[in-house]
Design a protein around this ligand. Structure first.
Ligand SMILES: Nc1ccn([C@@H]2O[C@H](COP(=O)(O)OP(=O)(O)OP(=O)(O)O)[C@@H](O)[C@H]2O)c(=O)n1
Ligand SMILES: C[C@](O)(CO)[C@H](O)COP(=O)(O)O
Length: 255
C-alpha cells in the first residue's frame, strides 16, 4: 500500500499572507486542494495523511472529509519544523503501508507522471526524489559576500517533492535524526544521513514550491496556459474538422 504524507503545517512567513499559504487561492481553489486532487488522480496512491498546524487540524479535516474526489485522508497535527511535521505524519501511517511519499502541500502543480516515476524508482531501489538540474551558475559565498568557489553545474540539482521511500527506511531515518539532533531541509537528507543511497528522478520545472507572492503569479500563469492549451486543442480539432469537410467537398466535386 502507498501512503502520501503532505506537510501543510507551515506558517507561510515568506508569503506574507495573514494565514497559512496552503489555503491561499490559486485560480479556482486553495493550493492544498490542487495538491490533493493531483495525487487523487494517481491510481497507485492509496491514501493520504495531511499534516496541519495544531489549531487547523479540525477545520481542515472537516473540509477535506466533505470534498468529493479526494482519497481517504487522515489529518494530524504538525510540529515546529517541516521535519517534525513529517515525523508526526509517519507515526500515523497504517501498518499495511509499505511505501511512503512525502510531498509539500505547497507544490500544487505536481504531475501524475512525476509521482509515478518516483514510485517506480522506490520500488526498484528504496529511495527516490524528484529533482531538476540547476539552470543558473551556483557559487559558494563566504564572509563579506566573497565567492569561495563555483561548483561544477553538471553535478547540481534542485530538490523537489515527492520524495518516496520504503516505509521502514524512512521511519528509521527519522528516528536516527531525532537521536542525533540532525535537522534536514528534506526527507532525503535524513536517509543520506544514515548512509542509504537515494536516487534522483527527473522532476518538472513547473513543480514549484509556492513560497513567495511571485510564485503565485507564476503558478496562475501555468494554470492559465493549461486552460489556453485546452482552448487551442479545441480550436485545432475544429480546424481539422473544417479541413476534413472541405477535403470531402473537393473530393465530391472532382468525381
Ligand atoms: N513546521 C512546518 C513547516 C513547514 N511545513 C510544510 O512544509 C512545506 C514546505 O515548507 P515551506 O515552503 O518552507 O513552508 P512554510 O514553512 O509555510 O513557509 P515559510 O518558511 O515562508 O514560513 C509546506 O507545505 C509547509 O506547510 C510543515 O508542515 N510544518
Ligand atoms: C523539501 C523541499 O521542498 C525541497 O526543496 C524544501 O526543502 C522544503 O522547503 P524549505 O523552503 O527548504 O523549507
Amino acid at each position: 500500500m502507498i501512503t502520501a504524507i503532505f506537510p501543510a503545517a507551515g506558517k507561510g512567513k515568506r508569503m506574507g499572507a495573514p494565514f497559512n499559504k496552503v489555503f491561499a487561492a490559486l485560480s479556482d481553489k486553495p493550493i492544498l486542494i490542487h495538491t490533493l486532487l493531483s495525487f487523487s488522480r494517481c491510481s497507485a496512491v492509496d491514501n493520504f495523511i495531511v499534516v496541519a498546524a495544531p489549531d487547523e487540524v479540525e477545520p481542515v479535516a472537516k473540509v477535506l472529509h466533505s470534498l468529493p474526489g479526494i482519497k481517504p485522508c487522515k489529518v494530524v497535527a504538525g510540529g515546529t519544523e517541516r521535519q517534525y511535521s513529517v515525523y508526526n505524519g509517519l507515526r500515523q501511517v497504517s501498518p499495511k503501508t509499505d511505501i511512503v511519499l512525502v510531498h509539500d502541500a505547497a507544490r500544487p502543480l505536481i504531475s501524475p507522471n512525476v509521482i509515478n516515476n518516483v514510485i517506480s524508482e522506490v520500488v526498484r531501489s528504496g529511495a527516490a526524489v524528484a529533482a531538476v538540474p540547476v539552470t543558473n551558475t551556483i557559487k559558494v559565498i563566504g564572509d563579506d559576500n566573497m565567492v569561495v568557489n563555483t561548483p561544477d553545474r553538471n553535478t547540481l540539482w534542485m530538490m523537489q517533492t515527492p520524495q518516496g521511500f520504503k516505509k521502514d527506511l524512512l521511519v528509521g531515518a527519522h528516528e536516527q535524526a531525532r537521536q542525533d539532533g540532525y535537522l534536514g531541509t528534506d526527507d532525503a537528507s535524513l536517509v543520506e544521513h544514515i548512509g542509504h543511497p537515494v536516487r534522483v528522478v527527473m522532476g518538472d520545472y513547473k513543480n514549484i514550491k509556492i513560497t513567495s507572492p511571485d510564485d503565485l503569479i507564476y503558478a496562475e500563469a501555468i494554470l492559465g496556459k493549461k486552460a489556453v492549451s485546452k482552448v487551442k486543442a479545441e480550436v485545432s480539432v475544429a480546424i481539422s474538422n473544417a479541413f476534413e469537410e472541405m477535403k470531402a467537398k473537393i473530393f465530391k466535386t472532382r468525381i
